[in-house]
Design a binder for this molecule. Structure first.
Ligand SMILES: [Zn+2]
Length: 235
């Protein structure tokens, strides 16, 4: 056993820890054209983490949380909106903000900065769902994973390196709404991660960045892991 990371297409990931905790990050399963059919109905879930409020990240979070009665950790305003508009039980511990660290099911989560936007639809209007975030996932004696969420590259990724020393960086590379490969290569340098997993590409026509474009730009010695949707990486 070890920690494994399964790409579910777009920015959706399932992380299974050595101790057996199953975590979904940005579980956009229904309507995600890259999510394998076999992954659309989770078998179990101990924890959901949302980086921001856009529909391609909130995805199936509410359904999963209601079905498995598991925590949904999200930025405060997004968590509040899920409570008010979608009936998630109110829980202050699950409503976090940048810089905060909290433990759930044996996993330590820290929300980080991200440069993006965050909103969702409620009836016929757009609601603000707080600031977008990234998340650092830490466990004792297992690799530290930083999932950037949707963002461009920003200089304070150097602080993420200094504070959390991520072993694995999960970075959007699709361009248009987030970083493309050129920025993701600089992000990798700032983060100092030895392994990079690209995401948020290839889902829709606008997301044109590719791992092949990123590969030659990466710092020497960095390993680019490119799972197929549904493929599981051992970290
Ligand atoms: Zn997105």
């Amino acid at each position: 056993m070890a920690t494994t990371l399964t790409w579910l297409g777009h920015s959706a990931f399932r992380l299974d820890t050595e101790a057996g905790t199953r975590l979904y990050v940005d579980p956009f399963l229904t309507g995600n054209p890259k999510c394998p059919d076999s992954e659309r109905e989770p078998e179990r879930c101990d924890l959901v983490v949302l980086t921001h409020g856009h529909g391609d990240h909130v995805g199936d979070a509410v359904e999963i949380a209601k079905r498995f009665e598991c925590p949904v950790v999200a930025p405060v305003e997004l968590r509040d909106w899920l409570t008010v508009a979608h009936g998630l039980p109110e829980d202050g511990a699950q409503a976090m903000n940048k810089g905060g660290t909290e433990s759930f099911a044996g996993v330590r989560l820290t929300l980080t900065d991200a440069n993006h936007s965050s909103s969702n639809w409620q009836d016929d209007r757009i609601v603000y769902t707080g600031e977008p975030t990234g998340v650092v996932v830490r466990q004792d004696n297992e690799p530290t994973v930083y999932l950037a969420g949707d963002t461009n590259v920003f200089g304070d990724m150097a602080l993420i390196r200094r504070l959390y020393s991520p072993d694995v960086a999960v970075l959007p590379i699709g361009d248009h709404f987030t970083m493309g490969p050129e920025e993701a290569a600089v992000a990798t340098e700032l983060l100092g991660a030895a392994r990079v997993v690209p995401c948020h590409y290839g889902t829709f026509g606008l997301l044109t960045g590719t791992p092949d474009a990123l590969r030659p730009l990466l710092p020497n010695g960095v390993e680019l892991l490119v799972p197929e949707p549904g493929e599981t990486l051992t970290l």
